[in-house]
Design a binder for this molecule. Structure first.
Ligand SMILES: [Zn+2]
Length: 256
């Protein structure tokens, strides 16, 4: 018998906190989670695992960041309106993030008046913050709903195809089984290959474009960051299509 076992990450929700989101560029509400590494048998874990760290996920943009729970006065069990959540969990948020909030105010008034170093850092930052999400996605094969639909269609084809051929031309029935099977497998493989692009367009591009839009980055500035990501071997450098990003920042194709 084949036994599947090993370690997997276990995320346990601790509650809600207020903090600054560098992707939304604003104070936001976050879900705080404990991340543990636990032994699993057939992907079933019974413990919360050894502590790996903590993670805070922005309720608005869905981006996860490393967190340090001791930064918060308390953790709210329920999601509260932001001012109330901040008052309870991070009362000195404005003071703690003062420099960054000042920079964001400056950015909103004139993105081209920023110091060159600040501007470069602000353009680079969302790429690096979203990169772990991309790395995680491409570390293993993922199935989205299109792959599921393709698998169902392939199954239908493998059942209905040979049955139809058998009724019309019984001599070709064996061949029909092979052809339908090959087509079905091909259909699923093509959809798995396309799933990565769909993930980038749905989960990464809109968030990245929204974050970069206030900066009005030039194509050259974006190319410089992409070149750096390529040197550092981030998957994002190959998975992200620059023309699509440029179009999204300009507001085209931003369908949601
Ligand atoms: Zn956010």
């Amino acid at each position: 018998m084949f036994i599947v076992w090993g370690k997997k990450l276990v995320h346990r929700k601790l509650g809600h906190v207020a903090d600054f989101c560098p992707i939304c560029r604003k104070p936001r509400a976050f879900v705080l989670r404990r991340v543990g590494s636990a032994g699993h048998l057939y992907y079933v874990t019974v413990s919360q695992g050894e502590l790996v760290g903590y993670e805070r996920t922005c309720v608005q943009c869905g981006t996860a960041f490393n967190a340090e729970p001791t930064h918060y006065a308390t953790v709210a069990p329920k999601l509260l309106p932001l001012p109330e959540l901040a008052r309870q969990t991070f009362p000195d948020l404005e003071q703690a993030w003062k420099d960054r909030l000042d920079l964001e105010r400056q950015l909103r008034s004139d993105p081209h008046a920023l110091h060159a170093d600040d501007r470069k850092a602000l353009i680079r930052s969302p790429f690096l913050l979203l990169s772990p999400k991309v790395e995680k996605r491409f570390a293993s094969t993922h199935f989205d709903k299109e792959v599921g639909i393709a698998a169902l269609a392939a199954l239908g084809l493998m059942i209905a195809g040979p049955a139809t051929v058998r009724a019309v031309a019984p001599d070709a029935a064996d061949l029909a089984v092979l052809v339908c099977m090959a087509l079905g497998v091909l259909l699923v493989i093509v959809q798995i290959a396309l799933a990565g692009g769909r993930f980038m367009r749905r989960e990464v591009l809109p968030v990245l474009a929204k974050c970069l839009r206030p900066l009005q980055p030039t194509r050259g500035e974006l190319e410089a960051v992409m070149a750096e990501l390529k040197t550092l071997r981030h998957q994002m450098a190959t998975k992200l299509k620059l023309p699509e990003l440029v179009a999204q920042i300009a507001g085209q194709g931003d369908g949601r």
